[in-house]
Design a protein around this ligand. Structure first.
Ligand SMILES: NC(=O)C1=CN([C@@H]2O[C@H](COP(=O)(O)OP(=O)(O)OC[C@H]3O[C@@H](n4cnc5c(N)ncnc54)[C@H](OP(=O)(O)O)[C@@H]3O)[C@@H](O)[C@H]2O)C=CC1
Ligand SMILES: N[C@@H](CC=O)C(=O)O
Length: 356
């Protein structure tokens, strides 16, 4: 039997995502040890309420409300609590104490990322955040590493599972907004405060992260134009369907060139748009996400998969989550007729551009 060194993991949060991370760490310990070359020991799980009902797979003896003590004994801290504070404080504490950090907290990264990355760099620690955009879809590393030598021109995507789920239920089942949102909350897709999803804040945070990575600049979340889906009615969805469209909340990040000055900038925007039913984005159902990346050398790439909630093994014959065809070309979503939008395929943006 191989003797591995041990790395102690502090998990902050045992909700939709943290709960699944805990069970993966506990179930696949041997396999992970062989792959990582170290035994990853789950030392404890910080939660708010020790007595809250939880799935059986989360061992009660690992739960603690003393996050600080847990962090100070850990080699790796996984932050899956969400929100700004105390998540920010805990990550700073972890990095400062020499631990590497993994977080799925896009709200924190979009608002305080610079501070966290600066400290990580200063102390030589790693700060990973693959789950912060697109849920289970690997999109951060491809943008940061794999495409580092290419020139990304545009990113177009569905990056919020809750709103995609709600719009899909309205479209495919004629369900009203409130009923669909309640289901999204039950299934663990929505943020603790679902207005972050519905009003487009979550997608805007993800757009800021994607644009910053893709265009090698800092795109502050305040520079992302944002419009949510709260105003979308069943009538809108039905009219769209009759006209051959589906309503989707899109995140669009692209380079802009001012022809007058030759200066380059970046535009990032989030809003509900009409997508042709023929387009692959129209086939992104339920809480799935999809991100199109248009790059100079690599051409058009599409990343697709579960965008929110716990990943569940699809049942045979499930008709709700078939992936759109791969190798697709440019998207041609148009806009809801009642709020006309610039087609994302055009380079003339109707939104507030951010500086590059
Ligand atoms: N849900 C999803 O699909 C995805 C979520 N994310 C991100 O992952 C993070 C977690 O999301 P999710 O799992 O849905 O969140 P949940 O609300 O389901 O779970 C949050 C967990 O954090 C714990 N927690 C919250 N505040 C504190 C605190 N102050 N001290 C100690 N523990 C605390 C809660 O404890 P208790 O159980 O006692 O209440 C709970 O276990 C968020 O940043 C979210 O944006 C990223 C990708 C997908
Ligand atoms: N609330 C988010 C969760 C994943 O990031 C979403 O619905 O996409």
């Amino acid at each position: 039997m191989i003797e591995y060194r041990t790395l102690s993991i502090a998990l902050l949060g045992a909700g939709s995502v943290g709960g699944q991370v805990a069970s993966l760490l506990l179930q696949h310990g041997d396999e992970l040890a062989a792959r990582a070359g170290a035994r990853l020991t789950l030392a404890g799980i910080a939660v708010r309420d020790l007595d809250a009902p939880r799935p059986e797979r989360i061992p009660r003896e690992l739960l603690t409300t003393d996050a600080r003590e847990l962090i100070l004994g850990a080699d790796i801290v996984i932050e899956l609590m969400g929100g700004i504070e105390p998540a920010r404080e805990y990550i700073l504490l972890a990095l400062g104490s020499g631990a590497d950090v993994i977080t799925g907290n896009k709200a924190l990264l979009a608002n305080h990322g610079q501070e966290l990355f600066d400290l990580a760099e200063q102390v030589g620690a790693q700060l990973y955040y693959e789950a912060a955009v697109g849920g289970a879809i690997p999109i951060i590393r491809p943008l940061r590493d794999s495409l580092a030598g290419d020139r990304v021109e545009r990113i177009l995507g569905i990056v919020n599972g809750t709103t995609n789920f709600v719009l899909d239920r309205m479209d495919s089942a004629g369900e009203d907004f409130a009923t669909a949102l309640a289901a999204a909350r039950r299934l663990g897709y929505a943020e603790a405060d679902p207005s972050g999803d519905i009003e487009g804040y979550d997608a805007a945070q993800k757009a800021a992260i994607l644009a910053s990575l893709a265009f090698h600049t800092r795109v502050p979340v305040e520079a992302v134009y944002r419009e949510g889906i709260a105003g979308i009615t069943l009538d809108d969805v039905e009219s769209a369907r009759k006209a051959g469209y589906v309503v989707k909340l899109l995140a669009i990040c692209e380079r802009l060139l001012d022809p007058a000055t030759g200066m380059e900038g970046v535009s990032a925007r989030v809003y509900p748009a009409l997508v042709s039913r023929e387009h692959p984005l129209a086939a992104v159902r339920g809480a799935n996400n999809a991100v199109f990346v248009e790059a100079e050398a690599a051409g058009n790439l599409m990343f697709y998969g579960a965008g929110a909630g716990e990943w569940r093994r699809p049942r045979p014959c499930s008709a709700t989550s078939s992936p759109p065809p791969a190798g697709t070309s440019q998207a041609d979503p148009a806009s809801p007729s009642r709020r006309r939008r610039t087609c994302p395929c055009s380079t003339s943006a109707a939104s507030r551009p951010s500086t590059a």
